[in-house]
Design a binder for this molecule. Sequence first.
Ligand SMILES: Cc1cc2nc3c(=O)[nH]c(=O)nc-3n(C[C@H](O)[C@H](O)[C@H](O)COP(=O)(O)OP(=O)(O)OC[C@H]3O[C@@H](n4cnc5c(N)ncnc54)[C@H](O)[C@@H]3O)c2cc1C
Length: 266
Amino acid sequence: MDAVVVSHRNILNNEYEIKLSAPPIANNAQPGQFVHLLVGDGYSPFIRRPFSIYKASADEGTFSIVYLARGSFTSGLARYSPGGKVSVLGPLGNGFNWHSNPHHRSVLVAGGIGAPPIHFLAERVHSIASEPKAVVINGARTRDLLVGVDDFARLPVMLHVLTEDGTHGMQGRVTDALDKLLKESLHIPSTIYACGPMGMLHAIGDIAQSYGVECQVSIETSMACGTGACYGCAVRVKDETGSRISLACCEGPVFRSDEYLWDEAV
Ligand SMILES: Cc1cc2nc3c(=O)[nH]c(=O)nc-3n(C[C@H](O)[C@H](O)[C@H](O)COP(=O)(O)OP(=O)(O)OC[C@H]3O[C@@H](n4cnc5c(N)ncnc54)[C@H](O)[C@@H]3O)c2cc1C
């Protein structure tokens, strides 16, 4: 559908949040799902690009995404003003299979531009969680690459912010904070939900396995059609025969970390 731009704000440096009016998407979006966007009206860009849903309001009929304007696609998107129209396909993908038990702890880990689906999930889990509170670990290499930190701070969650160079929050990596948290409170039944660079997700999967904690990761692999037709986003997961191909756009982008085969070529 063509979605109308409701607002578009520059958060910091090249980080933007664009809010679009699209009631069918806003009503049905689940944390971890994404939309497939196309900007412009020519042949360049030719293929859509995926963006995780950051916020969705069924009441307003709107949803938003947060992106870093880097290459030609996102720089083109940054030029849209309120009233403009963006072609949107969605919501796509499976989303997180999150616990609705208010006494189950959600540990949410966001690395860099992996923060958007984690923010959407944090909004949903905090609304049902009583005790223990959901934990959000938000990190990046440096302050300028930290995404969503002010919005996370507005939620009633236990927030840990880290940068590798110490320019914001604690100095260190999200994996340091996760390891410490699990070591100190392993008695609390928890599930880890994570999105960020593949190296970070792999390391989080290893930590989860070493503590015997369930972990779901949202992987951001490149994809073209977004609907399972082109096989451009094929990855490998475990099955009873050893392994099989899975399509990140429809069976993912969220996978159980103990089922995802990190090092195997497709
Ligand atoms: C599920 C998912 C969720 C995502 N969520 C977000 C998000 O919330 N925020 C965010 O900022 N980013 C997100 N991304 C990443 C985002 O889609 C791309 O990184 C972004 O479009 C890159 O835009 P760009 O303008 O920097 O580069 P582009 O100019 O779009 O592309 C850079 C280069 O990559 C090539 N390329 C692009 N797509 C493909 C493809 N499918 N196959 C092969 N080559 C390709 C282009 O031709 C170009 O050479 C997500 C990705 C996935 C898979």
